[in-house]
Write a protein that binds this ligand. Structure first.
Ligand code: NI
Length: 144
């Protein structure tokens, strides 16, 4: 871990009260860790918007009885080539399948791959989460 620096933040009373309410709800032990997470989140958004590589997990729930859907989903993943690192498939019940696809690439490209699958008829739910390793975030804080 790098060295810790202390900083002071001035906030309106109401805003601080709301912040304390939120972090208590989320289970933070103190404000510092909550501030650090907010800052990391902002830095990650910047990386996602840039051309730097990120990792993404796409979670899909789909009805496997919809004709050709499973093949179409596989086709999109083959098309994405090296961006797809792994995929896990779970048969949820008689109708629904859960698939988690782990990818690596530029944020925009991963979003495009995800959109290609989410738009297919029979895909009921889906969410792409983009993230990055903590090491990359640390580098980003020192790069400018
Ligand atoms: Ni299945």
């Amino acid at each position: 871990m790098s060295q810790l620096s202390r900083t002071g933040v001035s906030l309106e009373d109401d805003l601080l009260k709301e912040f304390d309410r939120l972090i208590a709800k989320r289970g933070y032990a103190n404000r510092s860790e909550a501030f650090r997470d907010l800052i990391r989140e902002a830095l990650l958004s910047e990386i996602v918007e840039s051309n730097k590589p990120v990792v993404g997990t796409l979670t899909l729930v789909y009805d496997h009885h919809v004709p050709n859907l499973a093949q179409k989903l596989t086709e999109v993943q083959h098309h994405a080539g090296a961006m797809v690192l792994a995929a896990t498939h779970v048969h949820l019940d008689r109708h629904y399948c859960l698939e988690v696809i782990i990818m690596k690439g530029r944020g925009k490209d991963l979003q495009a791959v995800a959109d290609g699958m989410l738009a297919l008829r029979g895909v009921e739910l889906g969410k792409l989460v983009l993230t990055n390793s903590g090491a990359s975030l640390k580098r980003a804080t020192h790069s400018h």
